[in-house]
Design a protein around this ligand. Structure first.
Ligand code: NAD
Length: 699
């Protein structure tokens, strides 16, 4: 395992102390680190290392208490020094001082492009002396201090592959606090400091017999912050278990306390920089960085709507980093703000995933207009993996230089481009409906989804805004809804109701019937239960065995609904039962009489079922989708299952009203990101009673 001895650079902690807080370790420690103790500990570390190898010392500078953490000075590879670009202004003045020292020590200075943060060997560790066939790479931490963009530049400048690993625990803000590579492709690290994608990348590159995962106790005592000189590992702490594991790999661990520096968030490795890292660039060509970036533009009420925060969270949750390049705040309440943001991701695939999630927030990808990338379906009902996943917003796709609008907009679908006859067309398709040879849009290039700009548009539905109304606001919400419904009816628009059996159980069936008779319902989407209990009520006076007039359970009433189902099955259908005079009133009766389309979608809970219930779910979804086609408004009443099912297939622009007693159900629907959705948390019986009265009053 012997390798070239590292030559180490250290910086004397003459001015060390905790004087500000830029990491969790410093919190509450200002003024508490003892400089004399720190100096003793540093001298001891220096002595141990100087016994093992060459150590050069930089003198610390006044007013730069963290300068002793020289690992963050920059990075050395093949006698070239890449200076850091510090994230925090408190440390920024260190950079020119270090650079001067390395220049004087005959290193070539190589600066990264741009101003993206880069904290040197703190975040970038060389995986070297790898098994034959593997080319060395840098493990590189990002997400807390260093940015992904700096690593793009690093690959370009040094010609070495950079493997980005996202750090997710603020305590382990630099990669060298939670990982160190060892020769032969071995690795010691603390898994909880990384996100799942990064852990997969580590495990993909390093076989399990070459990995030591340290415990939280080891990690929080900086056992990963270790300096290696040949077979000796020098560190602040290592548990006996960790020492045993390392001994099996042939390493001797020498612990020397540097806990005074831990108060500032650093330990042994942070106090050292390797001054002679070497790497033989591959002879067979240039290494391209997989790190990808794009610019996005936003326009709207970015601050008061909390959109910027959601945007930033979406980028970081997706494993990306960002830089706001421009932000202009609207000067008056009616003026919009604009912003441009650079988004970077570890590779093109993850950038696609992130931008895919940003588009529903209204982000416009600022790439040069290119045609959408199309891939062919190779297996029926299976999409090419990098497909563009649709949102509820109207979406344009660029094909042969022209933007074309996709038809059948819905969420969670793919876009199929048909270029077989005449001008090309685009349509949303469910994955299960894909046929071999169909061309599917992949990635986000050449795709733009249009999100409405503000909540006060000039459209017909400006009266109500997105949000959830509480009980107190029900009357007002009903009044607004009735206003909208009348306007839609006046212009022969389409209103669809989605309802669950609670409508009948709460005694609100007659109110819904009235709304149907008033002509405000063009289609009713429901399951097996609502018609069952509606017909049970008509035939037996009960709903689920409860006498609704008296509010008491009827003896033997539990059989009523199943008997009702049997009567309809005998008649052949609900319509036949109405025509034969078996069913004489109720919601379904009025649907038949008023010629209102109804679709009954089956579920595993269903008794019977009624002959009209569609038990094939794919068929039922298709029938729902057809029924909502062209709808201006969908009113969803007390059914989580059917409301969410319908919501998923509804494009933006359709007014959604969700009424449920459970705030979580209402919020789920209202949260789709559509400005046209309104949630009303209330009892559906009360709601329908109010709505029917209101509509009748002004009919
Ligand atoms: P669901 O759980 O999807 O939705 C019921 C919703 O009603 C819930 O969100 C709940 O919060 C809400 N709710 C309850 N009381 C309310 C009130 N007073 N006011 C307002 N909201 C209220 O259940 P679902 O839609 O009733 O049924 C799911 C599926 O099961 C449907 O397909 C249905 O047809 C089927 N089902 C069949 C039978 C049957 O065949 N006998 C019986 C029940 C349900």
């Amino acid at each position: 395992m012997a390798s070239d001895r590292p030559s180490i650079v250290m910086c004397r902690p003459t001015h060390f102390g905790v004087q500000y807080e830029i990491n969790p370790w410093m919190q509450g420690q200002i003024g508490l680190a003892r400089n004399n103790v720190a100096m003793e500990q540093w001298n001891r570390l220096h002595e141990i290392l100087a016994d093992l190898t060459d150590v050069s010392v930089i003198e610390g500078a006044p007013a730069l208490p963290d300068m002793c953490f020289v690992a963050n000075a920059g990075l050395v590879l093949n006698d070239r020094f890449v200076p850091s670009v510090f994230r925090f202004p408190q440390r920024a003045p260190e950079a020119p001082l270090y650079t001067e020292w390395f220049l004087e020590a005959d290193y070539e200075i190589v600066e990264l492009d741009g101003e993206d943060t880069f904290e040197g060997e703190g975040d970038v560790l060389l995986a070297t002396e790898l098994p034959s066939g593997q080319t060395p790479w840098f493990w590189a931490g990002y997400g807390i201090r260093s940015s992904l963009e700096s690593y793009r530049s690093l690959t370009e400048k040094l010609g070495i592959e950079v493997v980005p690993l996202r750090l997710v625990d603020q305590r382990f803000y630099h990669l060298d606090t939670c990982m160190y590579p060892l020769p032969g492709g071995r690795l010691v690290y603390y898994p909880a400091a990384f996100d799942e994608v990064s852990l997969n990348e580590i495990r993909r590159r390093v076989p399990s017999d070459k990995i030591i995962e340290v415990s939280e106790t080891d990690a929080t005592r900086f056992s990963c912050n270790t300096v290696r000189v040949e077979d000796t590992l020098v560190t602040n702490f290592a548990s006996s278990q960790l020492q045993d594991s390392l001994a099996k790999w042939g390493y001797e661990v020498r612990t020397t306390p540097v806990d005074e520096f831990v108060l500032a968030g650093g330990a042994a490795k942070c106090l050292c920089l390797i001054g002679n890292q070497k790497f033989d660039p591959p002879k067979d060509g240039k290494i391209e960085s997989p790190i990808s970036h794009t610019h996005i533009h936003l326009r709207g009420h970015l601050l008061d709507s909390g959109l910027m925060n959601r945007l930033f969270d979406t980028i970081t949750d997706g494993g990306g980093t960002f830089r706001v390049e421009q932000f202009t705040v609207g000067q008056r309440h009616d003026q919009v703000s604009t912003s441009s943001v650079l988004v970077a991701a570890p590779n093109a695939e993850r950038l696609d995933l992130i931008t895919n999630r940003l588009q529903p927030l209204g982000a416009v990808i600022a790439s040069e207009p290119t045609d959408a990338r199309l891939e062919s379906v190779g297996q029926e009902g299976v999409s090419p993996q990098s497909f563009y996943s649709t949102t509820i917003y109207p979406t344009d796709v660029r094909v042969d230089g022209d933007w074309i609008r996709a038809s059948g907009q819905r969420m969670d679908a793919v876009i199929v481009i048909d270029q077989t006859s005449g001008s090309p067309s685009a349509r949303c398709s469910l994955i299960r409906d894909l046929q071999c040879g169909e061309r599917v849009v992949c990635g986000v290039d050449g795709v733009r989804a249009k999100r409405p700009l503000t909540r006060h548009g000039d459209g017909d539905f400006a009266f109500m805004s997105a949000g959830v109304s509480s009980e107190r606001r029900v009357e007002l919400s009903v009044e607004e809804l009735a206003w909208d419904m009348r306007r839609i009816r006046t212009r022969n628009g389409r209103i669809v109701f989605v309802a669950g059996p609670v409508v009948i159980h709460t005694g609100a069936g007659p109110h819904l019937s009235k709304i149907i008779r008033l002509g405000f319902v063009d289609a009713l989407l429901t399951g097996n239960a609502l018609p069952t209990h509606d017909i049970e009520l008509n035939l037996f006076g009960t709903s689920l065995g409860v006498d609704l007039a008296r509010g008491v359970a009827v003896h033997g009433g539990h059989q009523h609904h199943i008997k009702a189902i049997n009567r309809i099955r005998a008649a052949g259908s609900i319509q036949a039962a109405v025509e034969q005079g078996i069913v004489t009133a109720g919601v379904m009766y009025d649907c038949v009489k008023q010629d209102v389309e109804y679709v009954l979608a089956g579920s595993i809970r269903d008794d019977g079922p009624l002959p009209d219930t569609i038990m094939d779910l794919c068929q039922a979804q298709a029938a729902y989708s057809q029924a909502i086609d062209g709808a201006d408004m969908i009113v969803m009443l007390s059914t989580m299952l059917h409301a969410i099912g319908t919501g998923n297939m509804t494009p933006a622009g359709v007014r959604l009203i969700c009424v449920d007693i459970s705030p979580s159900v209402v919020t789920k629907l209202a949260d789709r990101g559509s400005i046209e959705s309104t949630g009303i948390v209330t009892d559906v019986g009360l709601f329908l009673n109010l709505l029917a009265r209101r509509l009748a009053e002004e009919a």
